[in-house]
Design a protein around this ligand. Structure first.
Ligand SMILES: [Zn+2]
Length: 216
């Protein structure tokens, strides 16, 4: 296969994005390639753009991403809930990826704290496979990523912030069990109103967790 895609490249803080073209290679057996259909501008993207936090340049910002599977490696057969994955499926995926042994993932069930963890929207566009951020035509899903096939009854607008904004909100609501939970719960509920994620107010949200965000 020989094709290319475009990306809005973040060259340096507070400078206009520059549209550049990069080659799109075939996936390896443990990768997937997604044609991006929506990506949000998360508040942390704005922080990066403004130079308030370190982010490699030149890179592709954007980590709340959904899209359609364009290619899928032979080793990827199911998503993180056990649903089969195929070319043409609409998916989102974890903001982070980490391959190999991880104490935090294996012992504490906290893969997001793994040492050596990498994140989408936080890589150099000059490195293979170029497309690892949301402000582009394509994104590669790399080994160590949790992929989620999206149900048809979730709109693109509802689905795109699931992996960061909604996850942060749910974490805030669960924080009510923490000794400092009162304050954290309030933060979560503020996020709830902000995001208007009505689909999470039922007994089962898109991640398959029980979530009662109203909290009584
Ligand atoms: Zn974010």
């Amino acid at each position: 296969m020989s094709k290319t895609g475009h990306a809005a490249v973040y060259d340096e803080p507070n400078a206009p994005f520059v549209i550049r073209e990069f080659p799109v290679r075939d996936v390896r057996p443990d990768e997937a390639l997604v044609r991006i259909t929506m990506s949000t501008i998360c508040r942390s993207d704005i922080h990066s753009y403004q130079g308030h936090r370190p982010n490699p340049c030149p890179g592709i910002l954007g980590h709340e991403i959904i899209g359609i599977i364009d290619q899928i490696g032979a080793m990827i057969t199911h998503d993180m809930r056990g649903d089969p994955l195929n070319v043409g499926d609409r998916v989102t995926w974890t903001e982070y990826f980490h391959d190999g042994p991880s104490y935090y993932r294996d012992v504490h069930d906290m893969p997001q704290k793994s040492e050596g963890l990498r994140k989408y929207g936080h890589g150099l566009v000059s490195d293979d496979p170029h497309f690892i951020g949301g402000f582009a035509d394509y994104c590669y899903i790399l080994p160590g990523t949790g992929i989620l096939k999206l149900p048809d009854d979730i709109t693109d607008e509802e689905a795109t912030p699931l992996n960061c904004g909604v996850a942060t909100m749910i974490g805030g609501c669960r924080g009510r069990r923490h000794p400092d939970g009162r304050r954290r719960r309030r933060a979560g509920l503020r996020a709830t109103r902000h995001l208007r994620v009505r689909h999470c107010q039922g007994p089962r949200c898109a991640y398959g967790h029980r979530a009662r965000l109203g909290g009584g």
